[in-house]
Ligand binder design. Structure first.
Ligand SMILES: C[S@@+](CC[C@H](N)C(=O)[O-])C[C@H]1O[C@@H](n2cnc3c(N)ncnc32)[C@H](O)[C@@H]1O
Length: 363
């Protein structure tokens, strides 16, 4: 394939450009080790062809807001990382250590759907708390993530005893978060990709204790088939869909692959609609579903949800604006969205997202 002229250009990035969002099995490290590792990733560069593509699309879709979003997405030096505590393994000193480093609870005040057992810490400064090494037989104490990843989980409002399906589950961050919120009846995690399935299993083993692990089913199915295989079986379904993943695509190191992704990007909404139709089939009447992506793209967000609402007579939108209002101190949202959806826009000091969340209920 012949690449556009811009595809060959890669922009150098400042120090820290390669900070990984969800480090796997990195050893607990001293600050100087983390800094050295960050320096070692200096080589990471912005992929100009992706940036050009986003520039055009998001200027049209977000207007002025794109300028400040772009400033965060293209500068990993200002990226922030939240610390989700593992309620199944919590040393008393951890919360003190977080306070000493300037962290505070991400969700405070009146939040209708916040279970006391879900504890997540954030701070305004960029950088991240050291990752923990995997040790066989020992549960990890916390999970590092983008704080906006918890919004789909909060919106789903999983309650004790409910049967839950996480349709696209790897690497497992939201599965772990849902299990911090409640003790479901059945908890079914599904992932289609072999390698990522292994990662999902490892995450579950690292965070969930034995008696509870036995209640979790892990499957490797095409999520589009689950509705037919398990019709009307679940009270809650999470579809954290495969999507453009704006943050990581901007740092694609393989330009040809990036160009191919941008071409294939047009096919994602079709897959997302099929996953949603399958998830709706898998829901019991009265059950609810949350759809989320980590892209700003309207075609993969509102357009997909509108298509579902206009074509499925058995689903209705659920208002999540109260939740958005309750967390608006820590998150910046795109204005003008409908009550059943929200889009988190990264901003300096609140560098969370992109994250789109929509909630539906089956009649
Ligand atoms: C955004 S990621 C999920 C992240 C995960 N929920 C978390 O919080 O850690 C989307 C996942 O969907 C998987 N996927 C892609 N196509 C799928 C399909 N047809 N059925 C099920 N999963 C699929 C991808 O391999 C990827 O792991």
């Amino acid at each position: 394939m012949r690449l556009p002229r811009t595809a060959a250009r890669l922009l150098p990035l400042p120090l820290g450009a390669g900070a990984a969002l969800l480090p796997r099995r990195a050893a607990a490290q001293a600050p100087e080790q983390v800094e050295n590792r960050t320096k070692g990733k200096l080589q990471k560069q912005i992929c100009q062809v992706v940036l050009d593509h986003f520039e055009k699309q998001y200027t049209a879709e977000l207007g002025d807001a794109w300028t400040s979003v772009r400033a965060v997405l293209t500068n990993p030096l200002c990226w922030q990382y939240a610390v989700l505590l593992n309620k199944f393994s919590q040393p008393a000193e951890l919360e003190n250590a977080l306070h000493l480093k300037g962290y505070h609870p991400a969700f405070q005040g009146p939040l209708p759907c916040l279970p006391a057992s879900l504890k997540c810490y954030i701070r305004r400064n960029p950088g991240r708390f050291p990752a923990q090494k995997h040790q066989a037989g020992k549960l990890k104490e916390y999970y590092l993530l983008n704080a906006a990843s918890l919004l789909p989980v909060l919106a789903l409002e999983v309650k004790d005893g409910e049967d839950v399906l996480d349709l696209c589950a790897a690497p497992g961050g939201k599965s772990v978060a849902m299990l911090q919120c409640a003790y479901p009846g059945q908890f079914h995690c599904n992932e289609y990709d072999d390698l990522r399935l292994r990662w999902l299993k490892e995450t579950i083993e690292s965070f969930i204790p034995d008696p509870l692990i036995n209640l979790i089913t892990v499957s490797k199915l095409d999520g589009r088939q689950i509705g037919d295989l398990k019709p009307e079986l679940y009270d809650k379904v999470l579809i954290d869909a495969p999507c453009s993943n704006d943050r990581s695509w901007l740092f694609s190191s393989d330009v040809q692959q990036a160009v191919l992704r941008l071409i294939q990007r047009k096919e994602l909404p079709c897959l997302q609609v099929q996953l949603l139709r399958s998830g709706i089939k898998a829901l019991r009447p009265g059950g609810s579903l949350v759809y989320s992506t980590c892209t700003l793209s309207k075609a993969e967000n509102s357009d997909v949800i509108n298509l579902i609402l206009n074509s499925c007579s058995n689903v209705m939108p659920v208002d999540i604006s109260e939740m958005a209002k309750a967390v608006s101190q820590e998150f910046t949202f795109l204005s003008g969205t409908q009550h059943h959806e929200l889009l988190v826009l990264p901003e300096k000091g609140r560098a969370w997202g992109p994250m789109y969340v929509a909630k539906l209920k089956k009649m």
